[in-house]
Design a protein around this ligand. Structure first.
Ligand code: COA
Length: 449
């Protein structure tokens, strides 16, 4: 569950997709100017207040399901006597329930083999038609089959964690949830976790409390592998976020973004001025900037491990993880690095993944091509120049928009590179792990897909 976000403020004006937005008032209220002009003080401060009010209201909401789970509870917010770490100890594996949870009588469990073309197509169709939309239902995430295969099959993955719900009679797939294994470091401790994602219930079956059953079932299957913690993100406020982040959007194809209602033309802006505003160089400017290759895995792993060690929560990546998550895959993940022309040392790295959104109800365009900033490390090149090169290659590859969360050091380049704030928040959560205080987005070194 990533999030997309509409461009709320007076920024560059995007409003892509999705992942979250329960808290967002209006999405595509974007004007088309980067953040300096009219963001912090004008529209967006009102929206910030609106978010704060909505979030404080959501703190008073009852959570019939989440109140029963080992997660940080709202009532414990600010209670510094509670220890950090696992909320509940692991049980004996023999005590983990052997049978799946009960579903309503008309439905049955299925394990989805995403390798099989027919199953991949069913999952793809369920998500394409029912997964996350922005608040105004203008865009819906459209993860590709190849992306799903990549996201669901990292080193050591468990097929049993790719869980579907079918209608017994017709066998139609109507529910989905997944986990993949990951080592996530929280302060000094590297914890084996599941990253849970792609929770989806068919639109016709909403509000029937199927989601809690899916969540309990994936949790049970994770416990069966002797894993007791999980990380996940959502656009909605649940008990209790460890961090609340915001998506920012950088127009690459402003005309299309405006045409489809993702952005709006800024006040006193013409289309041609807007196009000029977002113009990028024809090719990257950093000498030695090139695509990552197989032979780069050791150097990239070293760079990333060193960089991620600065954050409170971050993945603990080894070379196998880097090969899987960061070696370029056409239309799924792109990675570039800087190899010093003199020393041939690998000094900098940047990456983004490809997550298009369907454009709903537009007669001219059906897809918004979005790149999402993934992991970036700058040691010799400035992060600003490195990310401008990333924007440049994304533009060369005909993406319409480049999205980035305000995690890690991203804030240092967002405004300057003409990103505008989106109108959705992405909340990060840990299951069965308590952090005493919430984190700032800049303390978070984790990007979930
Ligand atoms: C998210 C989704 C599966 C929830 O299903 P639903 O039919 O709306 O809700 P249900 O009646 O089954 O369950 C409600 C419970 O699920 C929880 N829930 C809703 N969305 C959730 C999410 N994204 N993550 C975790 N729990 C969630 C609710 O908080 C509620 O529990 P509570 O009473 O403790 O608060 C469904 O709305 C959906 O498929 N939405 C589109 C895709 C999407 O947003 N996926 C999540 C991406 S983060």
């Amino acid at each position: 569950m990533a999030v997309g976000g509409g461009d709320s403020s007076g920024s560059s004006g995007e409003d892509p997709n999705p992942r979250l937005y329960a808290t967002n008032p209006s999405p595509a209220a974007a004007t088309d100017q980067p953040a300096e002009e009219g963001t912090e003080n004008g529209v967006s401060s009102i929206e910030t207040i609106a978010h704060k009010i909505q979030e404080s209201l959501s703190l008073n909401k009852r959570h019939r399901f989440w109140e029963t789970q080992p997660v940080g509870q709202f009532k414990d917010l600010g209670d510094s006597s509670l220890p950090e770490g696992p909320i509940e100890p692991p049980t004996l594996l023999s005590e983990v329930k052997k049978e799946p949870y009960n579903l309503p009588a008309l439905y049955e469990w299925t394990t989805c083999d995403i390798d099989e073309d027919a199953t991949a197509a069913e999952v793809y169709n369920l998500l394409t038609n029912n997964y996350v939309e922005d608040d105004e239902n203008m865009f819906r995430f459209n993860y590709s089959k190849e992306f799903l295969r990549w996201a669901l099959r990292p080193p050591g993955y468990f097929k049993s964690w790719h869980i579907g719900v079918r209608v017994k009679a017709s066998k139609k797939l109507v529910g989905f949830i997944t986990g993949v294994p990951a080592r996530i470091r929280v302060r000094q401790d590297v914890v084996r976790m599941a990253e849970v994602n792609f929770l989806c219930v068919h639109k016709k079956l909403r509000s029937k409390r199927l989601a809690p059953v899916l969540i309990k079932e994936v949790t049970r299957r994770i416990h069966l592998e002797d894993i007791w913690q999980a990380a996940y993100t959502a656009g909605v406020v649940l008990p209790t976020p460890i961090a609340t982040c915001q998506y920012w959007h950088r127009s690459l194809n402003p005309k299309k973004l405006i045409d489809v209602g993702f952005s709006r033309l800024g006040a006193r802006m013409t289309m041609s001025r807007t196009i000029r505003l977002y113009k990028l160089p024809a090719s990257p400017v950093t000498p030695g900037f090139r695509k990552m290759e197989l032979r780069d895995i050791p150097a990239v792993t070293r760079l990333l491990r060193e960089d991620l060690s600065r954050f409170v929560v971050a993945p603990d990546l080894d070379e196998l993880d880097v090969e899987h998550w960061l070696l370029p895959r056409e239309a799924v993940v792109d990675s570039f690095l800087v190899e010093s022309p003199e020393t041939h040392e690998i000094t900098d790295f940047c990456s983004f993944y490809t997550l298009p959104s369907s454009i709903l109800n537009n007669s001219n365009y059906s897809t918004l091509k979005a790149a999402y900033s993934y992991y970036n490390v700058a040691t010799k090149t400035s992060l600003l120049q490195l990310m401008n090169d990333a924007l440049t290659v994304a533009k060369q590859k005909e993406y319409d928009v480049f999205n980035a969360l305000d995690v890690m050091e991203n804030e240092s380049f967002l405004k300057e590179l003409k990103f505008g704030p989106g109108d959705g928040m992405l909340h990060y959560y840990l299951y069965n792990y308590r952090l005493r205080n919430g984190m700032k987005p800049s303390e978070l070194g984790l990007v979930l897909l």
